[in-house]
Every structure is written in structure tokens, then in C-alpha cells.
Design a protein. Structure first.
Length: 410
């Protein structure tokens, strides 16, 4: 026979636990976890021929973490980012992410490089760990996995506006030569441009590639391309390799305009004055106090030789994740700091107007959209000037521009 005197005690005990929690500041619950830090991962090149790109990404992440923690973290909880070297290579990237998942138990990692991230996607999906892409733009990454979100714009967007500018504004409707790196991102560059050019009436297209981003001598493929007698070149590479290829193309005598897959210091440093009369698509970087402060810290404290868009995207990615953690905490209950909840928060929050370069998350593709522009370099007195914005594309102009084909994974 039940004793009615004890029937209400479970509810009373629960109330007492809640009261003591309020009195003594304890946020832990029977089903939740009290966080003393938010541990995140990052996989970027820290060695090898792409380490300079990794510096752009990692140092910017460090600056953002330092700033957020100096202001009390996320609701009083500091961020901690554990960086692993991926060398820009798939095998290293897989090992790095596996270590972050199994040893460090991170629910989210900042990631970079197209082939590296494509190799990581199955692991991230299987373990429900979020990948935040801050430095890769292959079209193969579009909807590559459920747990990858993108701060870095996709190459399809860049190439769409730069090709439009070359064909519509510069009237480059003659013969084109396409040279690209034979890796995931380079192959997506090639496919997109060669399927886009015919939509503008270009019929004669030459294409060739170099094997990987470590190549430094492009003279043989340049010679074959020049024998085709093109009016315009497109070079699709990662940065250093693209700059070297461009420099050797100019040394071989080509004087016409060149379209690049992207720009920045990793192109102009090896290319030098060869980047004059070259064009590329990129997101619009506002001239605001946060960008100026970030640039000052990266140049004068972290000692970077230049500040590229990957630095800005990496910096913004940390702030975006911090906002998502706060959103998850406010909306998903005590067990909010998990991969599924962070991925949901990153997409569901949608509007990231407070970033140094504001953007809106597209739920369909999980890309953070930014305003885009075509840029180029100029020189004065034999010295290269910073890239300048040639033409800003409004959303209406972007939508009106023809699109190429997206590379499909086999």
C-alpha cells in the first residue's frame, strides 16, 4: 500500500535543487553540463609550401579569440582553439581532424583547403562535428556534407562576376587559354569557366593543367598554350602557384589581360608587377574600424607580410561561432554545446550583421553570402599598389550574370 505522505517529495526535492542552484550560482543540471571553456579545433597548413596561407588563417583566428576572451568570452566562458597542421593535404587533414575529435573532443573545427576538407567531410558527418570552412572555394564543397558550413565564398560566385566583367566590360570574346592546378579546387575552376565562356559566345578554348600546388616550373604548359595564340588567359590556382605561373607567362611574352581565380598577397608576392592587368572576383571588404584594427594586429603584432581575405574570413568565423554558441545556449537547453546544436544554430541564426564583413547564411547551401566585386592591381613608379575595386556587383547584377556548371563528385 502506498504511503501518501511521500508522494509529493520528488517534486519538492527538484524545487530545492533549483533554489540552491539559484542561490549559489550553479548552472549545472542533472542532464546538462557546466562549461568552463568552449573548446574548438582548427586544421590549417602550419608547415609545407602552403604554410604562409595557414598563417593568414591561424593568426586571424588567434586575434579573434584574444579579443572575445578579453571581453569575458561568451557569457563569461572563454574560447579555446586547438590548432592542428593539415599541410594543405587530405591525409594530414584527416589525421588532424580525427585527433581533434577523439582526443580533444571538439564539437566544431575551423577548416581550410578544398581537397583537405573533402577528405574530412565523411568523418565530420559520422561524428556530428561541425566544419567551418574559412579558406576553400571549390564548387565540390557545395552541399558536400551536412556538417560543413562556409564563411569563405565559393569560387563559382567569384568566377561568375570576373568572367562577366572580362566578357562584358573588357570585351574579351576571342580565343581563351585556361591553365589550372589538377586538384579539386583547380578542376572546379576549369569546369566552371570552360562551361561559362560559350554562354558569351567564346568558341575557341585551350586547357591544360599542372599536377599539384607544389609545382614551380610552368614553362612547358605555357609554351603549349601560347602556340594556341589566345587573346586572354585564365589561371586557376591556390595563390603562390598561380603567381609563379602568371610571372612566367609574362616572361614568355604574353601582354594581354589575365583572369585569376582569386587574388591577394599570395598571388602578388611571387608574381610582382606581373599582376598588373589581371582581374579576379572577391568579396567586398568594408573600410571600417574593425578591419583596420585587425590589419594592424596582423601586420604589426603577428608580423604577417600582408592581410588577405582569408584572414578576414577566419577572424569573422570565430565571431560567427561565438554568436552561434550564444544562440544555442539561449534556444536549445543545457546540452547546447554539441555539433548538432552548433550546426543548427549557425544556420538558423542566419543574419550575421555584426561581423567585420556582414553576411547572411543561406540555409540551402550553408554559405555565408557577402557582396562581391571585381578587383585588380595597378603600379606606380615601378612599385605595386594594393588591389583596387574595379566594379561592385549588386545582387540584381549578380543574378543577371550567366552561370557556369558546377563540378559534381563521382
Amino acid at each position: 500500500m502506498r504511503d501518501s505522505r511521500f508522494e509529493g517529495w520528488p517534486a519538492v526535492a527538484a524545487c530545492l535543487v533549483a533554489v540552491f542552484g539559484l542561490l549559489y550560482g550553479c548552472t549545472e543540471t542533472p542532464t546538462g553540463k557546466k562549461y568552463t571553456e568552449y573548446k574548438l579545433g582548427a586544421t590549417h597548413p602550419r608547415s609545407g609550401d602552403q604554410a604562409s596561407v595557414g598563417d593568414q588563417q591561424v593568426f586571424a583566428i588567434e586575434v579573434a579569440v584574444e579579443e572575445i576572451n578579453a571581453k569575458g568570452g561568451v557569457d563569461g566562458v572563454p574560447l579555446k582553439v586547438i590548432v592542428e597542421d593539415n599541410q594543405g593535404k587530405p591525409t594530414m587533414a584527416v589525421t588532424a581532424l580525427q585527433k581533434l575529435i577523439t582526443v580533444d573532443k571538439v564539437p566544431l573545427s575551423f577548416t581550410s583547403y578544398s581537397t583537405a576538407q573533402l577528405a574530412q567531410v565523411p568523418i565530420a558527418d559520422q561524428n556530428e562535428v561541425v566544419m567551418v570552412n574559412v579558406g576553400a572555394s571549390s564548387t565540390e564543397l557545395i552541399n558536400a556534407g551536412k556538417y560543413i558550413v562556409h564563411v569563405q565564398p565559393n569560387s563559382a560566385s567569384y568566377l561568375r562576376i570576373s568572367t562577366n566583367y572580362m566578357l562584358t566590360d573588357l570585351k574579351r570574346t576571342g580565343r581563351w587559354a585556361i591553365l589550372y592546378v589538377n586538384e579539386a579546387m583547380g578542376r572546379s575552376f576549369n569546369l566552371y569557366v570552360k562551361t561559362l565562356l560559350p554562354k558569351y559566345g567564346v568558341k575557341d578554348i585551350f586547357e591544360d593543367n599542372w599536377e599539384n600546388s607544389a609545382v614551380t616550373d610552368y614553362r612547358s604548359i605555357i609554351a603549349k598554350a601560347l602556340a594556341f595564340k589566345p587573346d586572354t588567359f585564365f589561371i586557376g590556382g591556390f595563390g603562390n602557384d598561380m603567381g609563379l605561373c602568371l610571372k612566367q607567362l609574362r616572361e614568355a611574352g604574353f601582354k594581354g589581360p589575365v583572369m585569376l581565380s582569386w587574388g591577394g598577397g599570395t598571388v602578388s608576392e611571387p608574381a610582382g608587377l606581373a599582376v598588373v592587368d589581371t582581374y579576379y572576383g572577391e568579396q567586398v571588404i568594408p573600410d571600417n574600424d574593425r578591419i583596420k584594427a585587425l590589419s594592424d594586429k596582423l601586420l604589426n603584432v603577428k608580423k604577417l607580410p600582408f592581410v588577405g581575405t582569408q584572414s578576414i574570413n577566419s577572424y569573422d568565423a570565430v565571431y560567427m561561432v561565438a554568436e552561434a554558441i550564444k544562440y544555442a545556449k539561449d534556444h536549445y537547453g543545457p546540452d547546447y554545446f554539441t555539433g548538432p546544436n552548433l550546426r543548427k544554430a549557425l544556420v538558423e541564426k542566419k543574419d550575421y550583421a555584426t561581423l567585420s564583413t556582414p553576411g547572411v547564411m543561406d540555409p540551402a547551401t550553408q554559405y555565408l553570402s557577402r557582396q562581391l566585386a571585381v578587383k585588380s592591381w595597378d603600379a606606380e613608379g615601378g612599385k605595386l599598389k594594393p588591389p583596387k575595386t574595379i566594379k561592385v556587383y549588386t545582387p540584381t547584377e549578380f543574378d543577371a550574370a550567366p552561370a557556369g556548371d558546377l563540378q559534381k563528385k563521382s
